[in-house]
Design a protein around this ligand. Structure first.
Ligand code: PEP
Ligand code: CO
Length: 452
């Protein structure tokens, strides 16, 4: 596979293009030093894992597997703690088990984790009381406090981010390899505070049924069902800060191609997906599976350009289009886009992000999302793809394993007034533990009903 014309692409070729959403580092030599150091440190992931994920995403693209991609809108350096990481892994594992049971296909688990430290912002600067400073762009770039010192982009944070990403993935890998992700033992994934939840019973029924089926199969065959039960875990983040990604691009001679080894599956955000922009230039040159967030404002030409530029060889599993229209817009926008991609003759992996098109402001002024709109967008996505003979291969969700109150609705019927209680996100509102599990249960239930 060659994804790139190596005569014109190199890891810094993006620098000749217009790069949106980049920090302005005041000290160019400090930036050079940070990039040089990052370039010689070992990679966070390795190329064969990236290739393995691409193969699995190719299966999702064909409808033979399903991708569950989820995590915080933004990770913080402070949030790099064992308890938080374990909870995040647990909710993703629980959801994947429920989806496996309902969809009857392998679930590929990809965290928005271990590198999700940078955010696009609607404005480059923020003004308070007549003072204008650079916007906070995430812990990879600067600090949230409103002082000139905190807000000045600091290139050494690229190194701190790399280290936190490595710590997060190291712990996650150890848990997964140690049997934590083993479907024989879903009891490891219990999140203490939901003992009284009715969802817990539904989850336990599914978990027991899967563990029983496995025991039965293994009893019959005399062998462990290893592949399905020990399914791995992959990392992803928005590839926003291009110096960070560039410094972790590595040429793998055996494969004769470049990889971005900062993560398994980077994605390009809505605000940085311009065809002639720096992000598309960087990501066209690497062999990782790459996602692009797409919205209703993208015309057919733009979409077809993304497909042609990012996956000229039509490699299965290489390009994921993550659509985020909102429950109100999806019926208008998605059919056109499915047809536009079809005209290219290329295949993509379609993923539904039901979060970013459904953001609204609560009566109390907080950024929130309604559970019903999230569910509705997923329902419509399944239906529209099916009606058009296309495949919805996965979902992309902002969630947390913690008991926060950031999105309204769900089985507990969280209201606008409840949001004050435990609103912790400084960026987008996440589904909390119960809402995430409920969403997985409802997706599974509907899939079951469709088959019946
Ligand atoms: C995000 O995923 O947090 C994000 C900013 O999404 P989008 O690029 O789709 O707006
Ligand atoms: Co977000």
């Amino acid at each position: 596979m060659r994804t790139t014309d190596l005569t014109t692409w190199h890891p810094a070729s993006w620098q000749a293009k217009t790069a949106q959403q980049q920090p302005r580092y005041p000290d160019a030599s400090a930036l050079e030093r940070a990039i040089a150091e990052l370039s010689r440190l070992p990679p966070i992931v390795v190329s064969w894992e990236v290739d393995a994920l691409r193969e699995r995403l190719a299966a999702a693209q064909r409808g033979e597997a399903f991708l569950l991609q989820g995590g915080d809108c933004a990770e913080t350096f402070e949030g790099c703690e064992s308890d938080k990481i374990a909870k995040q892994l647990k909710i993703l594992l629980q959801m994947s088990l429920v989806l496996l049971h309902g969809l009857k296909k392998p679930v590929i688990r990809v965290g928005r984790m271990a590198g999700q430290y940078a955010k696009p912002r609607s404005a480059d600067t923020e003004t308070r009381d007549g003072v204008t400073l650079p916007s906070y762009r995430g812990d990879l770039v600067n600090h949230p406090e409103f002082t000139a010192e905190a807000r000045t982009p600091d290139p050494t944070l690229l190194l701190r981010g790399y280290e936190r990403a490595a710590l997060t993935l190291n712990f996650t890998r150890a848990l997964v390899a140690g049997g934590f992700a083993d479907l024989h033992h879903p009891e490891y994934w219990d999140l203490g505070f939901v003992h009284h939840s009715p969802l817990k019973d539904a989850f336990e029924r599914i978990a027991t049924s899967i563990a029983d089926s496995l025991d039965f199969l293994e009893g019959m065959s005399g062998r462990r069902v290893h592949e399905a039960t020990h399914a791995g875990f992959f990392a992803s983040h928005e590839g926003l800060v291009l110096h960070y990604e560039q410094a972790q691009a590595r040429f793998i001679p055996r494969q004769n191609r470049w990889y971005d080894l900062s993560t398994h599956m980077p994605w390009i955000g809505m605000r940085t997906a311009q065809l002639d922009g720096a992000h598309i230039e960087f990501f066209r040159g690497i062999a990782n599976p790459v996602g692009v967030k797409i919205g209703a404002a993208m015309d057919d030409e733009w979409l077809q350009g993304l497909v042609a530029t990012l996956n000229p060889q039509n490699v299965p599993g290489r390009l994921a289009l993550i659509h985020r229209f909102g429950a109100k817009e999806i019926e208008r926008a998605l059919p056109r886009m499915i047809n536009a991609v079809r005209e290219t003759g290329h295949s993509v992996l379609w993923i539904c992000d039901p979060m970013h098109g459904n953001t609204e402001t609560s009566t109390g002024g907080l950024k929130t999302r309604r559970f019903d709109n999230i569910l509705k967008e997923i329902d419509l996505a399944f239906r529209i793809h099916r009606d058009l003979g296309s495949v919805l291969g996965g979902v992309h969700i902002e969630l947390t394993g913690e008991d926060v109150t950031e999105c309204t609705g769900g089985a507990r019927g969280l209201s606008d007034a409840d949001l004050q209680r435990a609103y912790r996100s400084t960026v987008d509102p996440r589904l909390n533990y119960e809402q995430s599990l409920e969403l997985a249960l409802l997706i599974a239930e509907r899939a079951h009903a469709r088959r019946a």
